[in-house]
Design a protein around this ligand. Structure first.
Ligand code: CA
Length: 233
């Protein structure tokens, strides 16, 4: 699963440069140019990291940062701030804007990429982990294999990706739409009920009707991986 990065920046030349380079690094990149669009986009599809410019039309980067920090869902979302040299950079450093890190324009691309990787490693070590483990379930991302209590499970490719996606963010609830976007891809024209069908298959393969079910259905919201499934039974 590619980590998603949202760029909030109104300079189009910089957007293009960042998008191109981040995509080459294997990220899924989304761009908005106005401050007031940033919040909406984050709500629609929460990224794994935001690159946020300070000076924006609509709402300033600092204000967006403050709002994201105020909401429980985005409190921990890594934010890398872009600032101009001089007073702005001083204020980002001095005032505790809530940004996790910042780079001063003009910045070197390798430096920015290094900061992005470092922030993601800090916030989501699961994204670089080769084997995901929860209770008696083990998912090997490279070998594409899943074991439960030592027994190998035979999952279809979609069920595998679905389980992988859910296990990367245990406890987090994903709507059917978010799952479609992330597991099937945004280009797929699939009914949201398809998600239920695949979750059903995944559950069947995981628990064979006897073992505790690690997937939680949240009414009116979606699904999540319950990392405490072993205790819940
Ligand atoms: Ca700007």
């Amino acid at each position: 699963m590619k980590p998603r990065i949202l760029i909030v920046e109104d300079e189009q030349a910089l957007n293009l440069l960042l998008r191109y380079n981040l995509e080459s690094e294997g990220f899924d990149v989304d761009v908005v140019e106005r401050g007031d669009d940033a919040e909406t986009r984050v709500r629609e599809n929460t990224p794994d990291l935001v690159i946020l410019d300070w000076m924006l039309p609509g709402v300033s980067g600092i204000e967006i940062c403050r709002r994201l920090r105020a909401r429980p869902e985005t409190k921990q979302l890594p934010i890398l701030m872009l600032t101009a040299r001089g007073e702005e950079a001083e204020r980002v450093r001095g005032l505790g804007t809530g940004a996790d890190d910042y780079v001063v324009k003009p910045f070197s691309l390798p430096e920015l990429l290094a900061r992005v990787h470092a922030l993601l490693r800090r916030s989501k070590p699961e994204q670089v982990m080769k084997v995901l483990k929860a209770g008696d379930i083990e998912l090997d991302r490279e070998k594409k294999r899943v074991h439960r209590a030592g027994r190998e499970l035979h999952l279809g490719p979609t069920e595998f990706r679905l389980l992988e996606f859910l296990m990367v963010s245990p406890g987090r609830v994903f709507s059917r739409e978010q799952l479609l976007d992330s597991v099937w891809g945004r280009e797929a024209y699939i009914d949201e009920r398809t998600v239920d069908v695949h979750v059903g298959r995944l559950r069947k393969a995981l628990s064979r009707g006897r073992e505790p079910d690690p997937i939680r259905t949240v009414r009116g919201a979606g699904y999540s991986f319950n990392e405490r499934f072993a205790e819940a039974s």
